[in-house]
Design a protein around this ligand. Structure first.
Ligand SMILES: *[C@@H]1O[C@H](CO)[C@@H](O)[C@H](O)[C@H]1NC(C)=O
Length: 329
């Protein structure tokens, strides 16, 4: 290679590098993501909040998510949740975290749980919340822990706004409560005039709690336009002796379904990911979190007519070609 062609080659490569840099190619290729998670913390309260190893692992898990639904929060003194938020903030300094929590819910005074949504303030805002009153005529008090419904705006996602309906069913009433969730869905769709609804949480929707013969009575399973992203064959339990698909993510509507990254819904096996023993993992929870990714809006223009990743990459290459042609070599 002559000196001149060598220089030319170097110029071309550095221009290419510059071009890649300007176009923020990582976004064009869709490497940034947006994750929604649901995690049953198995009795999260004072005792877990005092275990620094557990808190560290919880921080690692929860900070993977843009929005994370926590269940079985049993924080009677109201101190454990602020401590958890502190741990998240210390573990992940790149994002700011906030939480919205339901009241303490449950049929008995002595056993109550809260639903808590932890979210990154730089990627989502809360635009509405609704404690389902459980007052449907003919079916009053269907739930032990009535859904605490939260609406989010997420400008960087392709769907832009969505509503989450959480549920931790009572194992002995799983069939009934899952069916009643369908009524909550209808009410929320009407009230907020939205189709973009996701139902998620520890549904106890497997093994002994949801018998095959009862599934035909569960409208959340039989009605059209609902997509069960975590399927029956998935194991969301930590114990090696159990394999049950308790924790689920269900999406309502074609539009929302199309805004999901295909095959991204899965449990997060934190025991394996962080190389914990089964006992160490069980100190954190007896459930894996389940998670799903939403497609991210990569278009520089935003708006409704978003090009797909392939289209963006194609225009980027065409543009790059013309820029290189115009350079005076
Ligand atoms: C199951 O549901 C029925 C009716 O909604 C309720 O009366 C009963 O207390 C529930 N069982 C439990 C364990 O919550």
């Amino acid at each position: 290679m002559s000196l001149v062609s060598c220089q030319l080659w170097a110029m071309r490569s550095s221009s290419l590098l510059l071009l890649f840099f300007l176009a923020d190619v990582s976004d064009v290729l869709g490497r940034s993501d947006f994750r929604i998670c649901a995690f049953n913390l198995h009795s999260f309260g004072e005792s877990k909040s005092k275990n620094s190893q557990v808190m560290q692992t919880l921080a690692r898990i929860i900070t993977r998510c843009d929005v994370c639904l926590l269940q079985e929060v049993r924080d009677s003194k109201g101190k454990a949740l602020p401590q958890l938020l502190d741990s998240l903030q210390r573990y992940d300094t790149k994002h700011k975290y906030k939480a919205v929590a339901s009241e303490r819910l449950g049929r008995s005074e002595t056993y109550q749980e809260q639903y808590v949504f932890v979210y990154r303030t730089d990627s989502v805002t809360v635009t509405g919340q609704y404690q389902y009153p459980d007052d449907k005529p003919g079916d009053v008090d269907a739930f032990s822990r009535e859904p605490f419904v939260v609406r989010f705006k997420a400008p960087k996602t392709a769907i832009r706004e969505f509503t989450l309906i959480p549920q931790h069913t009572t194992p002995s009433n799983t069939t009934k409560e899952l069916d009643a969730l369908y009524d909550v869905l209808q009410r929320v769709r009407k009230m907020w005039r939205t189709e973009n609804v996701m139902l998620l949480g520890d549904f106890n929707a497997d093994c002994g709690y949801l018998a095959k013969k009862n599934r035909k009575y569960v409208r959340l399973l039989t009605e059209n336009n609902l997509f069960w992203l975590i399927t029956d064959d998935v194991d969301t339990t930590v114990r090696s002796t159990t394999s049950c698909s308790y924790d689920r993510i269900v999406v309502h509507g074609e539009t929302f379904h199309r805004a999901i990254v295909p095959s991204s819904a899965k449990p997060f096996n934190f025991q394996e990911a962080y190389q914990l023993t089964e006992d160490q993992a069980l100190d954190v929870s007896d459930h894996y979190p389940v998670e799903v990714q939403l497609k991210v809006d990569n278009s520089p223009f935003g708006g409704a007519n978003k090009p797909t990743n392939q289209e963006s990459l194609f225009s980027f290459l065409v543009l790059g070609h013309f820029v290189l042609q115009m350079l005076p070599w």
